[in-house]
Design a protein around this ligand. Structure first.
Ligand SMILES: Cc1cc2nc3c(=O)[nH]c(=O)nc-3n(C[C@H](O)[C@H](O)[C@H](O)COP(=O)(O)O)c2cc1C
Length: 328
């Protein structure tokens, strides 16, 4: 089958198969299919249906500007770092694929070489700095993001107990809790827009807004930090209602398709992040796989925007959603 004709689910299936061939079983996040948050997130997403408008079709434009960058799609690569089977060159391939698709890359843990390689592809890059216990390291990474030309810099505050691996917290000595006054000081040193990732509660969203950040990412890190954290799709509307007029709200965790993307957009997210899906697309067909995945997700999003009467992203709102629950 010609690669360009692969559908979204075929890209995922091919990526999984190729990873298995390489002996990679844990392709991240480890329990994304079985953890309670992921299950409920899926169930909730699948209870949301579209109010269709088949009369008077509209032409659809999915472009937007974010952190000063012009994107052709609200689909971005959520903060990602390299897994053991990947190389720095693979990260650059991800960046190239995203650039060709008019998307944006958030880079998590990783060295200067991968960061510069990604920036050199022309894709807008956001550097997500870890909540290191060593504050000097945070300053260093934030400074580097500015010097190398990232469009924004941020922190995933939810990793302060380290990361969950096989039900066990890992990297707890490396990562630690951050205080708002310390973060304020750190981020006062940069002119870049600042993002806080891992926000799941209204109170954290308010604290982030008080810090003066440009954006937050509603994310449960793919259950990478705490089990039974509120699924991001459920947390999203309450957070948008409280701080949506002050900060840009982004979201990730558990989204797989273009229809999945339209639902958080309708609830007020400005853009939607995919991480493990991008790893699969890379495994399916390198940079081309990443480009194709983002294009296919965007194409599906466009079709559904057309049948819900939304000519552009500003026209998307909660009125296109019908929630159906309690059946079956
Ligand atoms: C390979 C990989 C590496 C990741 N590395 C980071 C990271 O360094 N920093 C971070 O904030 N999140 C990281 N994440 C978490 C993602 O940003 C995202 O929150 C999570 O995977 C849920 O999205 P998904 O369901 O689309 O995978 C990583 C995810 C993957 C798949």
């Amino acid at each position: 089958m010609k690669e360009d004709s692969l559908t979204i689910s075929q890209i995922y299936a091919k990526g999984k198969k190729n990873l298995e061939k390489m002996g990679v079983e844990r392709w991240f996040p480890p329990d994304s299919d079985i953890a309670a948050s992921a299950r409920l997130n899926r169930k909730y997403l699948d209870s949301l249906f579209f109010e269709t408008s088949f009369f008077d079709p509209v032409d659809v434009d999915t472009s937007l500007a974010i952190f000063g960058a012009k994107l052709r799609t609200p689909v971005f690569c959520a903060a990602i770092s390299r897994l053991a089977h990947m190389s720095d060159a693979d990260m650059v391939d991800i960046a190239r694929g995203l650039n060709n698709a008019g998307s944006l890359l958030m880079l998590g843990i990783g060295g200067s070489q991968a960061l510069q390689g990604a920036i050199d592809t022309g894709v807008p890059v956001v550097k997500m700095v870890k909540p290191y216990r060593e504050t000097e390291l945070i300053y260093e990474k934030v400074r580097e993001a500015g010097e190398r030309g990232c469009v924004a810099v941020g922190m995933d505050i939810d990793h302060f107990y380290g990361t969950l691996r096989e039900d066990r917290p890992a990297l707890t000595e490396l990562f630690g809790p951050q205080r708002t006054d310390e973060l304020k000081e750190v981020f006062s040193q940069t002119r870049l827009p600042v993002i806080i990732k891992g926000v799941l509660s209204v109170s954290d969203a308010e604290k982030a807004a008080q810090l003066g950040v440009s954006a937050i990412v509603v994310s449960n890190h793919g259950r990478g930090s705490v089990d039974f954290s509120v699924p991001s799709m459920i947390a999203l509307p309450r957070i948008v209602d409280r701080v949506g007029d002050k900060v840009t709200v982004l979201v990730d965790t558990g989204f797989k398709t273009g229809n999945d993307v339209l639902k958080p957009l309708a609830f007020g997210a400005r853009a939607v992040g995919f991480a493990s899906s991008i790893v699969l697309a890379l495994a399916a067909d390198g940079a081309n796989g990443v480009e194709l995945l983002v294009n296919q997700i965007t194409a599906e999003l466009k079709r559904t925007m057309a049948v819900t009467g939304c000519p552009n992203l500003s026209a998307v709102n909660r009125s296109i959603i019908v929630q159906v629950s309690g059946i079956g």
